[in-house]
Design a protein around this ligand. Structure first.
Ligand SMILES: Cc1cc2nc3c(=O)[nH]c(=O)nc-3n(C[C@H](O)[C@H](O)[C@H](O)COP(=O)(O)O)c2cc1C
Length: 159
């Protein structure tokens, strides 16, 4: 059965709460879902998934160091993540503190791997992925669930 892996980093729990909502959304699509912290995720985990959703706190307008480390290590499996479905989410301290640039940094890594990244035409749910300012409120959690569900549904369609 198809699986979506949600890989996230979180120092103070905000991105982690988003990850749990994304997990719920993927499960709603009927696809298997699992979360892994960036520090615990192996290259095999990435290769086994049909969809990969990356979540990171915004650190200096980009992904966190732990997430960047995993991305750096993933060069060893270059070519093996091709055509997997991808999406991203982040929590930032401020409204214009670099959350979109963080999403783009995650998306960029997925594109370099040849993954198919999901965008969103609606501003309300975020063109580049899901965002929360600090701890996710109900709206942000709902956006996370929708993001997870969309990835799950697309994985079902394309796998
Ligand atoms: C090292 C570090 C760098 C940060 N850089 C930014 C930043 O550039 N812009 C911003 O809006 N918030 C920044 N923050 C705040 C975090 O993005 C914010 O607190 C987020 O909600 C933390 O998510 P977490 O609880 O999942 O760790 C930074 C926090 C840390 C620890």
């Amino acid at each position: 059965m198809q699986k979506v892996l949600i890989v996230y980093d979180s120092r103070t729990g905000n991105t982690e709460r988003m990850a749990m909502a994304v997990l719920e959304g993927v499960k709603q699509s009927g696809v298997n879902a699992e979360t892994k912290r960036a520090g615990e995720c192996t290259l095999d985990d990435l290769q086994e998934a049909n969809g990969i959703i990356l979540g990171s706190p915004t650190h200096f307008g980009t992904m966190s160091e732990r997430m960047k480390k995993l991305i750096g290590e993933s060069v060893k499996i270059r070519g093996k993540l091709e055509n997997k479905i991808g999406a991203a989410f982040t929590s930032s301290g401020g409204v214009s503190g670099g959350n979109e640039t963080t999403l783009i940094s995650l998306i960029q890594a997925m594109l370099i791997h040849g993954m198919i990244v999901i965008g969103d035409p609606m501003e309300a749910t975020g063109h580049y992925g899901a965002v929360a300012i600090g701890g996710p409120d109900e709206r942000a959690l709902d956006v996370c669930k929708k993001l997870g569900k969309r990835v799950g549904e697309l994985v079902k369609k394309l796998s």
